[in-house]
Design a binder for this molecule. Structure first.
Ligand code: ATP
Length: 532
């Protein structure tokens, strides 16, 4: 595949991604915009493609175009840049860490990993308070996220239930970069604002602890801790410590009550909060934990990361029934090469340390994106074009040794049951034929040209397989009313398909780079490509 030729990649998008409005941008910085995620007080958030990532699930990013009058002041962007610089190395397990920021763009934009999940505010409004186990997991996760921010010298300043995303791996704190203004919080967000903040004080770790207490109280009881009313009434109750924790898991009441203390000096530190919540969990689960690896709560105040094993264990045991929302593959066509992403003054990158943690933690990032502050951006190397103007060649995502677009033809398989399995690299120069209904298997496959010699691969029975249209196993009936479905299969199902199904175009991810002896490589992921 030539680095300069048009090429298609697959991106996993939410099935209900809202389309762009006529005036919406089709490109933002280096990103190709696919749809709208929503509108907030500080700007519009778009779903966009970052072709630097090697896996279809990781390529979707959220880009917020900052248009709010709230940000219309000369001091705002320098302060934001400073905050982003501090955030760039934040442990991203429990917070949404920005990827890039361009304050010179008009309008400025900020990109983040795309995270799918439900806001805590929606969840509680729909289903009521969380059960004790999940509440404890939420409480520890939020405290861990705030602690990660504070370690980098950043106080969140506007933590509230609508900024907590319940994701399948655990809770995440959003809006860490562009926090809501104190003015906005004093209006609609008075419940989550500490008394000193309500009186005009700045964002501090102690104020974040107060917000933690209010959010945990709301999550556990389904009610506002200071009751309903006008902002001033709520603030008055908060200033007098008149909170209502009835219905909150009994063990959590002391630490939440202390967090809601009107006097910031009397609130616990996050270290104490984490230790106290872990202790509640351990006492609730004493029978199960006897003899297990969990450490005593005292470890939470020891040296190093407080109670990190316990935090992980709590999430593992208690974070149930938060399913990852469905994503469907969409074929996206990219052309030419990308203009230099680092021409602007304020472009921020996730530090490689933070990225490594993401890789280890949620496992949702492509390994192709490792930067240091001075490098040229990994996306430069991906060879995408914003303007479509070719520039000097550099390694391109086309040349990513781990992914390849290939054709699998069951008729070419000599050993369809045991493998190795034959594939042929393919490429295409034209736009997919659209608007003529769903093409047949063969009509779709004919749109692709051979771009290399056939080769052999082994397919792990545990390989991840995502089918958009054709590669269903016989015992799976998934098609929706439009004759299109998306489903996850195993490598075993896919192997089964290769003994009977029609030809198929897929993007494969190999476990390793090509072997010197040319032996078959192992395929660990298969994503079917299919036109919309
Ligand atoms: N990283 C992300 N991944 C996926 N969706 C996102 C991401 N960030 C924001 N969104 C979505 O974009 C929409 C707007 O988000 P945004 O944070 O701008 O506003 P908000 O939180 O709704 O309100 P506010 O501006 O008051 O914070 C929301 O529906 C949100 O779910």
């Amino acid at each position: 595949m030539s680095p300069r030729s048009p090429r298609e990649i697959s991106v996993l998008v939410p099935p209900d991604l809202a389309p762009l409005y006529p005036d919406d941008p089709s490109r933002i910085g280096p990103y190709l915009v696919l749809g709208r995620l929503g509108q907030g007080a500080t700007g519009t958030v778009y779903a966009a493609v970052d072709a630097a990532f090697s896996s279809p699930g990781d390529r979707l990013v959220a880009v917020k175009v900052l248009t709010s009058p709230e940000l219309d002041s000369p001091d705002v962007y320098p302060a934001l840049e400073q905050r982003l610089r501090a955030l760039s190395n934040t442990d991203p397990r429990r917070v949404v860490v920005p990827l890039d920021f361009d304050s010179d763009a008009n309008p400025p934009w900020l990109s983040m990993p795309y995270l799918a999940g439900e806001r805590l505010s929606h969840y509680v409004t729909k289903r009521g308070g969380l059960g004790t186990g999940k509440l404890i997991a939420l409480a520890t996760g939020l405290a861990e996220g705030l602690s990660a921010l504070h370690t980098r010298g950043v106080a969140h300043g506007s933590l509230r239930p609508s900024e907590v995303l319940l994701e399948s791996h655990g809770p995440h704190i959003m809006e860490c970069a562009v926090a809501a203004s104190a003015e906005r919080m004093r209006g609609a967000g008075a419940t989550w604002l500490s008394p000193e903040r309500f009186r005009g004080g700045g964002a501090t770790p102690a104020a974040d602890v107060f917000a933690w207490g209010a959010v945990v109280s709301f999550a556990g009881t389904g009610r506002l801790p200071f009751g309903p009313g006008e902002p001033e009434e709520i603030a008055e109750r908060a200033a007098h410590g008149s909170f209502d924790l009835d219905g909150l898991a009994r063990g959590l009441r002391p630490v939440v009550g202390r967090a809601l203390d009107p006097d910031p000096d009397r609130r616990p530190s996050l270290r104490e909060v984490i230790g106290a919540v872990i202790a509640v969990w351990q006492s609730e689960n004493a029978d199960h934990l006897r003899g297990s690896a969990a450490s005593p709560a005292g470890n939470a105040t020891g040296a190093g990361s407080p109670g990190r094993d316990d935090l992980a264990l709590i999430l593992e045991r208690e974070w149930h029934a938060v399913e990852p929302p469905a994503r469907v593959p969409q074929v996206v066509r990219l052309e030419g090469r990308m203009s230099n992403r680092r021409t602007t003054r304020a472009l921020f990158l996730v530090g490689s340390a933070a990225l490594a943690l993401v890789l280890v933690g949620a496992g949702i990032w492509g390994i192709s994106r490792m930067f240091d502050p001075d490098d040229t951006l990994a996306s430069d190397a991906a060879g995408e074009s914003v303007e479509g103007e070719p520039v000097d060649a550099s390694p391109s995502a086309d040349e990513d040794p781990l992914t390849l677009v290939v054709r699998f033809d069951p008729a070419e398989q000599e050993s369809p049951e045991s493998g190795p399995w034959v594939y042929t690299p393919v490429d295409r120069d034209d736009e997919p034929v659209r608007g003529q209904g769903v093409p047949s298997h063969s009509a779709w496959a004919e749109q692709w040209d051979e771009a290399g010699e056939p080769a052999e691969a082994v397919i792990s029975p545990d390989a991840e397989v995502l089918c958009a249209k054709f590669c269903a196993a016989p015992n799976h009936v998934f098609l929706d009313e439009e004759g299109r479905g998306t489903w996850e299969l195993t490598g075993g199902d896919f192997i089964d398909y290769l003994s009977w199904g029609p030809v198929m175009i897929v993007e494969v991810t190999f476990a390793e780079e090509p072997a010197e002896d040319g032996g078959p490589r192992e395929i660990v992921k298969v994503t079917e490509l299919f036109t919309e």
